[in-house]
Design a protein around this ligand. Structure first.
Ligand code: NDP
Length: 608
């Protein structure tokens, strides 16, 4: 439709000019122009000094641009960190960003969102993280609105060694499309080594959004964002700090089936900061015995050089397998690549569609040595072989110290993983490195993984209930050390359990000291193998259900750390039982009570 004086606010001359210009514009030029005018308008309204002409004010201020909502669903803080990074980049380009956890996002506002970015991880058997659950359920329910005007993109975090790789991200991506949304950029699924893939996703989203939104990039704010991230990350996952080992003790007594290492590391000079609830990341080294056996089985020379990255950096195959690549786990993508290198017809068959169950059974508890022993890789060079391997993923451990109580130090509590499968002893890569090969004075590459989803309450007076059997007790040592140091007065209650009282009572003396000092108000323990009948932490919780309910009513926060598969589910079920029993709630009401607690960050879990 032509613009005329009668159907527009323009003068004859303006209408003619526009009528000449508009038909010559391409689709993306039109979108750009429309965004530009909106931005100009917004900037003029927000920034024009009184009396200044609006257009002049707009030209001299950073543009105010389209809005982008960035939501994260994060268990250990990685997705949250990436969502934050994305938000900073967007702000640097003049976008207005609203960043929040999925659990804080008001779903009633979803229909108004134009640009939605999702960063979400997947846990256990394809489960969403706790703080993604309400939004995930809402979107997949009948209440989810039509989202025709929505533009979205998903960054999915996961681990290819799990069957349901990135399932939560895939589900969000598919569901948003079903509801009518269109993609700003294709979903990217990240494996444990996510930096490169995540950076590519960010670039592609930024490119697409900038192109279509009419956003004017502001060099000044770009520089600001870059500077901010530089100061925050001298040492990080991609640039770990070499931390000296100050202490490395076995906490279990003689005769125990278990070996739990208490490791203290120096952070002096690193400027790394952490809070109770955060994790320490360690980049481990493979077992040299496994590396030697692998090299021997393949008939390579240990000193043979291989390229380890896109920059063309080289290492001997021995060094590369020791420090750079994962060799202890088989994944589906790895087997697919390996089948192309191998002459084994059974391996080729295993990765074909229709053999998923066989593949799943084969990769369980097998490693690269099994693969090369079971299938022929005759003549495959070390360079070819390592090119299909996954970079060594970092291991994350809940920090068991408070930086206020132990400045410039970080402590972790790690159980050595050893088991037998397919006729061979298997060892946890990092835990057995710590147990068998790390000496005092050695240095380990570390970084801090912040976990904003497992944090002490803001108020020092809020009571806390901590449930952490086995090494799940680690962060609670940090919590209590912090509360002692800060003189917090809130009540504290610890439920702890392990197999035997005499050999497996981790940090027994410290809990006793904290009880005496009043830092730990109550402690209930469950030693599962000291009696004929198994006793677990949740049995102790039930025994104390009246008091526990009382604490909840007083506003206590509940924290659970440790095994996800069984313990965390059983503890959750027990909390529901206690609410029904003591609070008189129906099963639905009890579930609602817990989910409200979760939403208010009063029920937090660090479980895997
Ligand atoms: P475990 O969880 O194996 O054992 C600790 C105690 O819990 C034992 O007494 C055990 O009894 C008992 N237990 C077994 N089943 C249950 C159940 N369903 N409910 C309650 N208690 C139960 O201790 P670990 O330290 O070896 O392992 C802890 C687990 O938590 C691991 O899966 C680990 O990956 C994870 N973890 C996660 C951490 C994190 O940072 N998020 C930190 C530490 C561990 P019994 O053996 O007699 O059956």
């Amino acid at each position: 439709m032509e613009l005329q004086v009668t159907n527009s606010p323009f003068s004859q001359e303006q209408a003619e000019l526009l009528n000449r210009l508009l038909p010559t514009l391409t689709e993306s030029q039109r979108i750009w122009l429309s965004g530009y005018l909106t931005a100009l308008q917004g900037a003029a309204a927000a920034a024009a000094p009184a009396g200044a002409p609006a257009a002049v004010a707009a030209a001299s201020t950073p543009s105010v641009s389209k809005e982008v909502t960035v939501l994260f669903g994060s268990q250990t803080g990685k997705s949250q960190g990436l969502a934050k990074k994305m938000s900073k980049k967007l702000e640097g380009r003049g976008f207005q960003v609203s960043l929040s956890s999925m659990s804080d996002f008001k779903t009633s506002g979803l229909k108004k969102v134009q640009n939605l970015l999702i960063c979400v991880s997947t846990h256990g058997e394809g489960d969403p993280p706790d703080n993604a659950l309400p939004f995930y359920e809402f979107l997949h329910s009948k209440r989810a609105p039509k989202l025709d005007g929505l533009r979205f993109s998903v960054l999915a975090l996961g681990d290819t060694s799990y069957e349901f790789f990135c399932k939560t991200g895939k589900d969000f991506d598919q569901r948003l499309e079903e509801l009518g949304g269109t993609r700003i950029a294709q979903r990217v699924d990240c494996d444990v080594d996510f930096d490169e893939a995540a950076a590519e996703w960010m670039e592609s989203v930024l490119g697409s959004l900038s192109e279509t939104s009419g956003t004017v990039s502001s060099p000044a704010s770009n520089a600001g964002a870059a500077a901010a991230s530089d100061t925050a990350s001298e040492y990080s996952r991609t640039n770990p700090f070499q931390a000296e080992v100050l202490e490395n003790l076995n906490l279990n007594g003689r005769g125990s089936d278990r070996e739990t290492r208490h490791v203290e590391l120096s952070l002096e000079g690193s400027n790394l900061q952490y809070e109770p609830g955060d994790c320490l990341g360690i980049i481990p080294e493979n077992d040299p015995r496994l590396v030697s056996e692998l090299i021997a089985a393949m008939g390579w020379k240990p000193e043979e050089q291989v390229t380890i990255n896109k920059n063309g950096d080289k290492l001997s195959v021995q060094e590369a397998l020791l420090r750079h690549y994962e060799i202890s786990v088989l994944t589906k993508p790895l087997l697919e690549q390996a089948a192309k290198l191998s002459s084994s017809s059974s391996l080729k068959e295993l990765v074909e569609p229709g053999h998923e169950q066989g593949l799943k059974a084969y990769i369980k508890e097998r490693d690269l040595l099994d693969l090369v022993q079971d299938h022929s890789f005759k003549g495959v060079s070390a360079a070819e072989f390592v090119s299909i391997l996954r970079k060594m993923p970092a291991r994350l451990y809940s920090i068991s110290s408070s930086s206020k109580a132990s400045p410039e130090e970080v402590h972790i509590t790690v159980r050595a993983v050893r088991y037998e499968s397919h006729g061979r002893e298997r060892y946890g890569v990092c835990s057995v490195q710590l147990a068998e090969r790390v000496q005092l004075g050695d240095k380990l590459p570390v970084f801090i993984q912040n976990n904003p989803n497992f944090k002490l309450p803001e108020s020092q007076d809020t009571p806390i209930i901590m449930i952490g059997p086995g090494t799940g007790v680690a962060p609670f040592r940090a919590f209590l050390a912090e509360r002692e140091e800060t003189g917090a007065e809130g009540k504290t209650w610890l439920f702890y359990g392990d197999q035997h009282f005499t050999t497996d009572f981790l940090y027994q003396i410290e809990w006793q000291r904290w009880m005496k000092a009043g830092v730990l108000t109550r402690m209930d323990v469950a030693f599962s193998r000291d009696t004929d009948k198994k006793v677990y932490v949740q049995h102790r919780m039930l025994e104390k259900s009246k008091e526990l309910y009382q604490w909840l009513q007083e506003g206590a926060n509940v924290y659970v750390c440790g095994d996800e598969k069984k313990m965390a589910h059983d503890v959750h079920a027990t909390l529901l039982t206690i609410l029904e029993q003591e609070g008189g709630f129906s099963p639905d009401e009890a579930a609602e009570y817990l989910s409200r607690m979760q939403q208010q960050k009063r029920y937090q879990r660090d479980v895997y």
